[in-house]
Write a protein that binds this ligand. Structure first.
Ligand SMILES: C[S@@+](CC[C@H](N)C(=O)[O-])C[C@H]1O[C@@H](n2cnc3c(N)ncnc32)[C@H](O)[C@@H]1O
Ligand code: SF4
Length: 402
């Protein structure tokens, strides 16, 4: 099916009633890394030995632009509020390639006047030297993947940078950008509470406008899944999270999502749109997208292997899978995102984003309130502190009956 024939198919009448389409974001996936980290299950690949990086990047940008071109009928006339260039390691791309990518996007999509454009960067030395050029190419926000400042932990994580490079990268990010994010992970192999606290305090000393702190998870099909490292026990991990919450609050950062902390005015527009069940067009190898129409919600996945993706995208056929979200799955999918937010959601927003009536979740909401997992505050429904800590239990209530 050509994308346009597809489109007529998605525009036809259906069971959902969306009053208006939600805000639209753009995610662009750049799939290469210097070295695959043993804990990582993202679609990231080491380039083939001897590959010509400049030629590969040029062809990949051509493929992204072709992918965007073929996707335009699906988002016709809609403004884009944020762009997130993620990976992989996007900072491996030359600033000229990023410049051409952003120009290609700007030429084809109406970006809002204050459009946030984030780029993920690893803290290697040669990447740091490019930060200012990324800013000049139009990137407005850098997300630096630090993970830890402790050399022993970085080495256990298989990272190619050390703590000193991480510090230098953050100094440069603060110099080159008005706003930036710092990624940390905790519950690392061999990490003590005191070492975690040292990581947090070092991170906070850079006064990051935004901090993302993830519990290290052992993902299936990774090297860590095959050879599990010794990680802190559950009680220690909880104590670490308490310490993180305490220190970030003392530093004036609000925990607004399970793993995200921000100073006022520096919440991540792009991620907020995911958590508010907004729409996103996903370009690039393995990228996922969610697009709403008046009577249905569509999910798309692009071809995952970078070489195959480039071949197919250049032929105007980047989408590997597409499916309509079933009506019965929408409450769970909505809550999976919305309940990650400290502020929760409103029923009006639930109706606007899913096209479902409030009756579709009334029983589950009542149950969650009775169990003390959700509370009402005017029009807002938000997770209680207990609900926030046990989100997977709360979410069970919204699973479709089998
Ligand atoms: C898509 S990764 C890419 C960023 C960049 N390539 C890097 O690694 O620094 C985004 C973030 O996800 C987090 N992450 C990746 N794998 C994880 C895992 N197994 N458990 C917890 N967090 C993980 C890391 O903090 C990482 O910075
Ligand atoms: S650098 Fe980031 S994306 Fe690449 S393998 Fe490591 S964690 Fe995954």
């Amino acid at each position: 099916m050509t994308p346009v024939a597809d489109l007529a198919h998605y525009m036809r009448p259906g069971l959902l009633q969306l009053r208006a389409l939600p805000p639209l974001s753009l995610y662009v996936h750049l799939p290469w890394c210097l070295k695959k980290c043993p804990y990582c299950d993202f679609n990231s690949h080491e380039p083939r030995a001897g590959a010509d990086a400049a030629a590969q990047q040029a062809r990949y940008v051509d493929a992204l632009v072709a992918d965007l071109e073929a996707s335009l009928p699906f988002v016709w006339g809609r403004a884009v509020h944020s762009v997130f260039i993620g990976g992989g390691t996007p900072s491996l791309f030359a600033p000229e390639a990023i410049d051409r990518l952003i120009a290609g996007i700007r030429a084809r999509l109406p970006l809002s006047a204050v459009c946030e454009i984030t780029l993920e960067a690893n803290p290697g030395t040669f990447e740091r030297e490019r930060f200012a050029a990324f800013r000049a190419a139009g990137v407005t926000r850098l997300s630096v993947g630090v993970q830890s400042f402790n050399d022993a932990h970085l080495s256990a994580l298989g990272r190619v940078h050390d703590g000193a490079q991480a510090r230098a990268a953050l100094e440069e990010a603060a110099r080159a950008f008005d706003t930036f994010n710092l990624d940390l992970m905790y519950a690392l192999p061999g990490q003590t509470l005191a070492e975690l606290q040292q990581d947090i305090d070092t991170a906070l000393a850079f006064q990051p406008p935004h901090l993302s702190i993830y519990h290290l998870t052992i993902e299936p099909n990774t090297v860590f899944a095959k050879f599990p490292p010794r990680v802190p026990d559950e009680d220690t991990a909880w104590a670490m999270l308490d310490r993180i919450t305490e220190r970030t609050a003392q530093a004036g950062m609000a925990r607004y999502e399970v793993s995200a902390y921000a100073r006022p005015g520096h919440r991540c527009v792009h991620n907020l749109n995911y958590w508010q069940f907004g729409d996103y067009l996903g370009l690039g190898a393995g990228a996922h997208g969610k697009l709403s129409f008046a009577h249905r919600i569509l999910r798309q996945v692009r071809h995952r292997q970078p070489e195959l993706y480039m071949d197919r995208a250049l032929a105007g056929d980047a989408v590997a899978q597409a499916h309509e979200v079933a009506r019965r799955d929408l409450p769970f999918e909505y809550m999976l995102n919305a309940l990650r937010l400290k502020d929760g959601f409103t029923l009006q927003d639930f109706m606007d984003r899913t096209g479902l009536p409030p009756g579709s979740i009334a029983a589950a909401l009542g149950d969650a309130e009775r169990r003390g997992w959700l509370e009402r505050d005017g029009a807002w429904l938000r997770p209680t502190a207990r609900g926030f800590d046990f989100l997977s239990d709360v979410l069970q209530l919204f699973l479709p009956d089998t």
